[in-house]
Ligand binder design. Structure first.
Ligand SMILES: C[S@@+](CC[C@H](N)C(=O)[O-])C[C@H]1O[C@@H](n2cnc3c(N)ncnc32)[C@H](O)[C@@H]1O
Length: 186
């Protein structure tokens, strides 16, 4: 999928040099979809136990939630946000929806579900990278706690911790940065 977007960029050079908010949005969505698809491919290859759960931090309009929901079949997918603001039809079932401040709710949730997740997607970034760095750092212990060894973590901001190994080379110049990690085994 990365190749698909890159090919598009080559024939549409403005994508490589953003000219507009629309260009930026397209780059972001391409990067997000490509990373989610890469993560889903890695999970299939490794054939994780179907009883393990997946987690979406930042439900938003439900775009990436819907993408994951389509791909993971019957696996339980929990979504977190302050409130439900999805497009109609993208609301998670009540038992898989956790409302409130993720910085409080997710650590509680992870404490009760240690080593139970095979996939975590974090998408709560803002334009304030300094605040983001603090918030993402605060989430790392809970992410490490909920992930089974070799679980895949996808994030719109970097997660710097020895417990997560970065996968892949990272974004090339001109690409929107999106981050992929594997939970370290020991
Ligand atoms: C970029 S949007 C997510 C977009 C979503 N993944 C999608 O594809 O539609 C970020 C979301 O994270 C939520 N969010 C950010 N910080 C949060 C926090 N501390 N607690 C709960 N929700 C939060 C916002 O309310 C917003 O809906």
């Amino acid at each position: 999928m990365i190749a698909l977007c890159s090919a598009f960029a080559e024939t549409h050079p403005r994508i490589a040099t953003p000219m507009s908010h629309l260009d930026d949005l397209i780059r972001r969505f391409c990067a997000q979809r490509d990373m989610l698809n890469t993560a889903l491919g890695l999970l299939r290859v490794e054939n994780f136990d179907p009883s393990l759960i997946a987690v979406e931090l930042g439900l938003g309009s439900g775009r990436s939630y819907d993408h994951l929901r389509e791909a993971i079949g019957g696996r339980a997918l929990y979504a977190f946000d302050f409130e439900v603001a999805t497009h109609p039809g993208f609301e998670p079932p009540g038992e898989y929806l956790v409302l409130g401040d993720i910085l409080e709710r997710f650590p509680e949730f992870a404490r009760a579900r240690q080593a139970m997740a095979c996939l975590v997607h974090v998408d709560i970034g803002t334009r304030d990278r300094v605040t983001d760095a603090r918030r993402y750092a605060a989430l790392i212990p809970a992410i490490e706690q909920i992930c089974v060894p070799d679980a895949i973590v996808v994030s719109d901001r970097p997660l710097a911790t020895p417990g997560l190994d970065a996968i892949g080379p990272g974004a090339a110049p001109g690409e929107w940065p999106y981050f992929l990690y594997r939970r370290r085994t020991a």
